[in-house]
Design a protein around this ligand. Structure first.
Ligand code: SAM
Ligand code: SF4
Length: 483
């Protein structure tokens, strides 16, 4: 069978549905209704947001449409407060690992698209994966997201093999403890296989929730051209038992205000279908220029830095229990600006070409192998030090996923704010490991100071002694201690 026809039978089910969970007209009418909200409307929504509850679409529309500087500042302040309450001032670190840039789709914005002649296609062999992973581990990474195009060389069985390979690599200093996946939508049976091999979060970005724009940028006749196959990818993941799912929008394809409402409607859909379990994470990349891809140079709906800042804060206020990922596509100055408004995860030390970790050891990563360009190309050590300077604590923790605190379990923990009791100590332990094993002298000094500051909140509690003992055990060479 032609590869592009592989899901034809599955598509039929979605084609028969009268409608999906995105009603474009309704979203626009809600945004229009609140075109110019008053201060009192905004403050009413902020009052509700203070309770750390998911907001409703009209409430989000009020925040999106707010143009009043005074209440926008109040939005920023509350977003920062909620972030502290739910996540503490932890920032979780990861790095992507590009497995393949072969792709049968033809997304107009992406350097991997099939019609891009400027790309030299490559899928890593198992040996090459091992080489990449060793370098990542030696740089201090503990969490990764594996990234694939959609092609006959990267079907589900191959993905499973790559996940197993990643987990099998050990060096003197450790191993990758959590491998998330960013790939094309899959069937329930394929997803069950990925669950078996222990993937972390399953990420599929809808790119744009607007039906018309979706059709325009994803040509008909490609697998990705099927909006609903993608929109219901997370329903199938839940059905397969993969309960940590990550949503995303590629900002710049359509009006950011609409896309925000799309993310919220998607979240509500999942909560309604799956016992209150919404997405584990939301990603919000902006389009960056990709090799041989003129579309990506000047996206029609490019989001300005000030709107970007606003949208991060609005996401934090609207879905307080969902992790927010700000990737290295953003320049370091932008990341510094938005982190306080609710970002919980960032990547650092990132290389996005296929085989780029190994290449970077020889020379600079080859630009023609990249899917898009990155804005923050600093080393992990550099970014870790900067996060410490912001008085936040870098975390490499993977405890929840390994203790089975995912999906509904994770939501229970997160929702009752107990996350604080697990996450801060675990951040301290994994940060200590990083400092002992990998950090430069300068980063070590800053990191130890941040650990000391974060210990203060436990003074007088029994847990303080346990944390202190564990820090000593880490100094003495023990690894992977966690609550
Ligand atoms: N092929 C899979 C898919 O399309 O879902 C997963 C991997 S794709 C390489 C990962 C994500 O990169 C896409 O979902 C898209 O949001 C993002 N992306 C594609 N082109 C981009 C660009 N020019 N700038 C920034 N992000 C881009
Ligand atoms: Fe392929 Fe994904 Fe790029 Fe589209 S976004 S061309 S599906 S790699």
């Amino acid at each position: 069978m032609n590869f592009l026809d592989k899901y034809q039978d599955e598509f039929a089910k979605y084609d028969q549905m009268e409608h999906d969970f995105i009603d474009d007209d309704k979203i626009w009418s809600q945004l229009k209704k609140w075109e110019n909200p008053g201060k009192e409307d905004v403050r009413r929504v902020l009052k509700k947001a203070e309770q750390c509850v998911r907001l409703d679409p009209e409430e989000m529309a009020i925040l999106i449409q707010n143009q009043d500087q005074e209440t926008i500042e109040e939005m920023f302040a509350l977003a920062n407060q909620l972030k502290q309450e739910v996540y503490g001032d932890r920032i979780v670190f990861f790095a992507p690992l590009y497995i393949s840039d072969e792709c049968a789709n033809n997304c107009k914005y992406c350097g991997f698209r099939s019609s891009n002649q400027d790309m030299h296609r490559k899928t890593l062999t198992m040996d090459e994966i091992e080489e990449e992973v060793k370098i990542m581990i030696e740089e201090g990474q503990k969490r990764t997201v594996l990234v694939y195009g959609e092609s006959p060389s990267t079907e589900a069985d191959f993905m499973c093999e790559t996940v197993e390979k990643v987990y099998s690599v050990k060096t003197e200093h450790g191993e990758i403890r959590r491998a998330n996946i960013n790939c094309a939508p899959l069937t329930v049976d394929e997803l069950k296989k990925l669950k078996e091999v222990g993937i972390g979060t399953f990420q599929v970005f809808q790119e744009t929730y607007n039906h018309q724009t979706y059709r325009e940028v994803h040509p008909e006749g490609t697998i990705k051209g099927h909006y609903r196959w993608r929109a219901y990818a997370m329903d199938r993941a839940q059905e397969a038992g993969v309960d940590d799912v990550g949503l995303g929008v590629l900002f710049g394809l359509y009006d950011w205000r609409f896309e925000m409402m799309g993310l919220l409607y998607h979240t509500i859909h999942l909560e309604e279908e799956f016992n209150g379990v919404g997405p584990h994470t939301i990603s919000f990349p902006r389009i960056t220029p990709a090799t041989g891809t003129p579309f990506s140079d000047h996206p029609e709906y490019a989001v300005s830095d000030s709107d970007f800042k606003k949208l991060v804060a609005i996401l934090r206020l609207s879905v307080p229990y969902t992790g927010l990922i700000c990737t290295a596509r953003e320049p370091d100055a932008v990341r510094r600006q938005v982190i306080p408004f609710g970002v919980s995860q960032i990547d650092a030390g990132t290389r996005i070409g296929v085989g780029a970790y190994a290449q970077s050891k020889q020379a600079n990563a080859l630009p023609d192998k990249e899917q898009f360009s990155i804005g923050d190309a600093r080393t992990l050590d550099h970014v870790v030090a900067e996060i410490c300077e912001m008085d936040c604590i870098p975390s490499f923790c993977t405890a929840c996923y390994r203790a089975g605190r995912t999906g509904e379990e994770f939501m229970k923990v997160a929702k009752s704010k107990f996350v604080y009791n697990f996450c801060i100590p675990n951040a301290i332990f994994t940060m200590k490991e990083y400092l002992v094993d990998y950090a430069s002298e300068e980063t070590r000094v800053k990191g130890d100071e941040v650990i000391r500051q974060h210990m203060e909140q436990f003074i007088g509690q029994p847990v303080y002694d346990t944390i202190e003992k564990n820090l000593q055990r880490i100094e003495n060479g023990e690894r992977d201690l966690r609550f």
